[in-house]
Design a protein around this ligand. Structure first.
Ligand SMILES: [Zn+2]
Length: 392
């Protein structure tokens, strides 16, 4: 028995299927080139109800442990994190690898059927104290959610049938408040902000949490809006305030703004001052991916909150002008390789596009500021703003 390594995580599922087949498939007839498919169609039931269930059942997560009182103390009742036999690596895989394989291999039409076997161990992995397991838990949950979405989109003779299938799957995920337990656990992942090793967790947890909410809470419901507001306040804004403020962390957090604003609509206006400031500040940092993400999110914010944009135009012009100054090369490309030129051209186009969206929201109230910009450096800013003085 050894502990999990990066190789175990990537090779584990393949090691599992090879080992399982060598033990149990001597009398089976199957295509040897597609062992995974054979196990999924003929052995999935035995695997999920056998080894996976017994490995994880000794470590029932308190939220799902019916034998406990309703309330559980996270400190006193933390024995589910002790003697975790499911972490033991034997024959090149641990029990989480089996789950990783199972959710990948499980046909979308059967995912709903297996949710009762898949969700409890997924929660244990997701709520583990070790961040490497947490990340794996988020990926497993994301795969489950994706398959539920796919299942809802299976073409069917009538639109009504399709809708029923989708809502049935969501209902199974929401049965007994399972969805809320998973949502709470994912929210905890958003507080991992202090170290570079937390970035993969944040990158995976944000979309997973938003997909889960969209899958289980009706569109335009109060509950869904409140959860997205919580992502804004307890996730993004908290991260921007307390995080280690590296370029990568800011990039991850600012990337989430688009989807949150599209969900919140006018409710997002109350956070506009701080979010616009964060996006425009990110535009003053010379970092391509951060700038790209900030420009795209800025476009969404302007689209969603356009009546309030004229109130923030000073700060937006400053952000766009600073970024333009960094990327615009005035036709002077000597000493730069073609990849750099192409990237600068792409960024200039994105800044121009954002500028256009911004101007259509301002409806002329920005003209005096743009004149000032041209007066300051016409040769630099005319290609962005236009050749002529605006307000003349
Ligand atoms: Zn077999």
């Amino acid at each position: 028995m050894t502990s999990v390594t990066a190789t175990t995580v990537t090779q584990g599922p393949a090691n599992f299927i090879r080992h399982y087949a060598s033990q149990y498939c001597s009398n089976c007839q199957y295509d040897h080139n597609d062992l995974s498919q054979h196990l999924a169609s003929d052995h999935l039931d035995t695997i999920l109800n056998g080894s996976v269930r017994s490995a994880f059942s000794q470590h029932q997560h308190p939220a799902f442990d019916k034998s406990r009182y309703k309330y559980y103390d996270p400190v006193v009742d933390s024995d589910y994190t002790e003697n975790q036999t499911w972490k033991q690596v034997k024959d090149g895989y641990d029990q989480a690898n089996i789950l990783e394989w199972a959710v990948q291999a499980c046909p979308t039409s059967k995912i709903q059927h297996y949710l009762p076997q898949l969700i409890p161990p997924t929660l244990l992995i997701l709520d583990d104290y070790d961040i490497t397991y947490k990340i794996r838990g988020v990926h497993i949950l994301q795969e489950i959610i994706n398959k539920i979405s796919d299942e809802g989109n299976v073409p069917s003779p009538s639109a009504t049938t399709t809708k029923t299938t989708s809502s049935q799957s969501s209902a199974v995920l929401g049965r007994g408040g399972v969805d809320n337990v998973l949502i709470d656990t994912l929210f905890k992942c958003l507080t991992y902000l202090s170290d570079d090793s937390h970035h993969p967790l944040l990158r995976a947890a944000y979309p997973c949490l938003m997909d889960l909410i969209c899958k289980t809470k009706p569109a335009r419901s109060k509950e869904r809006a409140q959860l997205f507001e919580k992502i804004m306040v307890n996730g993004i804004l908290l991260g921007l305030k307390l995080g280690n403020y590296t370029v990568t962390l800011r990039e991850i957090l600012l990337e989430q703004l688009s989807r949150v604003y599209l969900e919140l609509g006018v409710l997002g206006v109350q956070y506009l001052k701080v979010t616009i400031a964060a996006l425009c500040d990110a535009l003053t940092v010379p970092a391509v991916q951060l700038n790209r993400v900030a420009l795209k999110s800025l476009q969404t914010l302007i689209h969603v909150c356009w009546p309030r944009i004229p109130g923030c135009h000073g700060i937006i012009i400053k952000g766009l002008a600073t970024s333009w100054k960094y990327y615009y090369s005035d036709g002077n490309s000597s000493g730069k390789n073609s990849a750099t030129n192409q990237q600068e051209q792409e960024m200039c186009n994105l800044i121009k596009e954002t500028f256009k969206v911004y101007r259509s929201a301002c409806k002329g109230t920005e003209n005096a500021d743009l004149d000032a910009l041209l007066l300051y450096n016409r040769s630099l800013y005319a290609p962005l703003v236009g050749q002529q003085d605006i307000s003349l």
